[in-house]
Design a protein around this ligand. Structure first.
Ligand code: NAG
Ligand code: NAG
Ligand code: NAG
Length: 266
């Protein structure tokens, strides 16, 4: 009995050690990684009475340094749960991620507006309302991080201005800052309205590519595209490439194993 308890204690400690993620980052992973169930996701400041305005305040409190889900009060009327990362002493907000492939980004406009999936579990979309609230509050730097099929083959791209307007969360994106890494495949979507399968664009791209996005007679990158579990080259579907692609890195017909978008302050 005692031996059993001691062994049990070791197993628990071992599991916690193994689960530990590097502080302030969402790690890159291969698609075989374990996925936590939805119910395991917890809001890390749930037991805290302080009403933090944003993730910078959470960081400044000194009580938290772990990346994860936090409740913030951008305004007093409606607290929102966001996914904060803390890197180099500043906060950023992950608003779209696909890395395990269990999530489904083929969703209607309502879900794109209110959010779906679970960002802390590695597949989710924060929702246009909350994304807009974050950009309205001054988090206008967009960082896109993506990973090809080979481990450590990744790229990080930055745009200095990303904001959403109206109607339909019209995209305003300028200030590409990573020309030395890859060509800019996102500014092509500047000024476009958000479209989805049930709220299509004039060229029916959202229907053909099945993902919600700011299409401009389609797109050169699709972070909300379909996760092809085997990674890499995939065939077009009815002549449309619908994977997680970035045209000027691996081409339309190559789907990434990891694709993430995050916002931060200047
Ligand atoms: C409060 O925040 C929510 C979500 O962040 C936003 O949609 C809403 O417009 C905000 N309300 C005001 C009065 O600013
Ligand atoms: C887009 O953002 C830039 C930079 O903040 C701003 O100068 C410009 O007026 C915005 N454009 C629109 C259409 O809102
Ligand atoms: C949209 O793209 C298609 C395919 O490249 C092209 O045939 C069509 O003329 C374009 N439509 C508009 C309105 O530019």
């Amino acid at each position: 009995m005692i031996l059993y308890l001691i062994l049990g204690a070791f197993v628990v400690v071992g599991a916690q050690e193994g689960d530990k993620k590097p502080v302030g980052s969402v790690e890159f992973e291969q698609p075989t990684a374990d996925v936590k169930s939805h119910s395991d996701v917890s809001v890390l400041n749930d037991a805290d009475y302080a009403k933090y305005h944003d993730c910078d305040e959470i960081l400044a409190s000194g009580s938290y340094k772990e990346a994860g889900s936090y409740r913030i009060y951008l305004n007093q009327s409606e607290p929102i749960v966001v996914f904060c990362e803390f890197e180099l002493g500043a906060a950023s907000y992950v608003f779209s991620i696909q890395k395990h492939g269990w999530g489904d980004f083929v969703q209607g406009y309502y879900n794109y507006e209110w959010g779906f999936g679970s960002i802390s579990d590695g597949s989710g979309w924060l929702g246009l309302r909350r994304i807009k609230a974050l950009t309205d509050a001054g988090n206008n730097v967009l960082t896109v991080t993506m990973q090809g099929c080979i481990l450590r083959e990744k790229r990080k791209l930055v745009w200095n201005h990303f904001s959403l307007g109206s109607p339909r969360y019209r995209l305003n994106i300028t200030g590409y800052a990573s020309g030395h890494v890859l060509p800019d495949d996102l500014s092509h979507n500047n000024g476009m309205l958000f479209s989805s399968i049930d709220e299509p664009d004039a060229n029916n791209c959202a229907v053909n590519m099945r993902a919600g996005w700011w299409y401009n007679n389609c797109t050169y990158t699709l972070p909300t595209g379909r996760y092809y579990v085997y990674c890499g080259h995939y065939p077009p579907r009815n002549q449309f490439y619908d994977g997680l692609f970035y045209k000027d890195w691996r081409g339309f017909g190559y789907s990434m194993t990891y694709f993430r978008m995050a916002l931060s302050r200047n």
